[in-house]
Ligand binder design. Structure first.
Ligand SMILES: C[S@@+](CC[C@H](N)C(=O)[O-])C[C@H]1O[C@@H](n2cnc3c(N)ncnc32)[C@H](O)[C@@H]1O
Length: 210
């Protein structure tokens, strides 16, 4: 399953930044608004993709370690991000993150957790990677959208390609967070055009490790 997503993201990397993608763009806004308001310290970015957030994080943090499954997505990030305080690593977040004893003040996950089945393991690894009081920012496709069948997908000449995804309910995030020593600081919902009468596109959480 992870192997299929790696192949598909390698393929998507050629167009990911160019094609219209309101989910990608709204998440960029959420990330900057929420993380712009706190001190970031050393950041571990989970699923950095083509570096949409990596360059901004590098400007606002002491250091960034940017992890992704797809070598091609990360290659795009490497060419985009010229800052000297960024380390790139390839890893499958569903397995060992390979970070050893490294510790961070902030962990971020933008539009990546829908591809990971076991949320509890992600929170366990995030807790182990953070210093006491560290923050875990998550912004994902809202479960309301997932219930309606929305998944990460992209168009190619040979048709629509759909990534393997898992539904995560709001209570799944909150339970996994609580089980691993996090408290919720903020929960926000993000709407197209700011229209709060529409179905929210994204949900974000800011957790703090107790
Ligand atoms: C929709 S993109 C989001 C990229 C970036 N965070 C953004 O907001 O534009 C999802 C990224 O997660 C990565 N990804 C998917 N499954 C992964 C896994 N199991 N381990 C690590 N990265 C993964 C993909 O390769 C892809 O770059």
């Amino acid at each position: 399953m992870t192997e299929l997503n790696r192949k598909l993201y390698d393929e998507w990397s050629a167009t990911y930044d160019e094609i219209e993608n309101p989910t990608r763009d709204l998440e960029a806004k959420a990330c900057r608004e929420l993380l712009g308001a706190i001190g970031l310290g050393r950041v571990l970015e989970l699923g950095c993709g083509t570096g949409k957030n990596t360059a901004w994080l590098a400007e606002n943090a002491d250091r960034v370690t940017a992890v992704d499954l797809s070598p091609e997505m990360q290659a795009a990030a490497r060419s985009r991000v010229t800052a000297g305080n960024v380390d790139f690593k390839i890893a499958d977040l569903a397995g060992d993150w390979g970070l050893g004893e490294e510790r961070f003040e902030t962990v971020t996950a933008s539009l990546v957790l829908e591809h990971i089945e076991d949320l509890n393991k992600i929170f366990e690894n995030a807790a182990a990677s953070l210093t006491a009081g560290g923050r875990f920012y998550i912004c994902e496709l809202h479960p309301f959208k997932q219930y309606a069948g929305s998944k990460a997908r992209f168009e190619t000449e040979s048709g629509t390609k759909v990534l393997d995804c898992f539904v995560h309910n709001v209570s799944d995030y909150l339970d996994a967070a609580r089980n691993n020593g996090f408290e919720l600081e903020r929960l926000d919902e993000w709407f197209d055009g700011g229209d709060r009468n529409s179905v929210p596109r994204l949900i974000s959480f800011l957790f703090r490790l107790q």
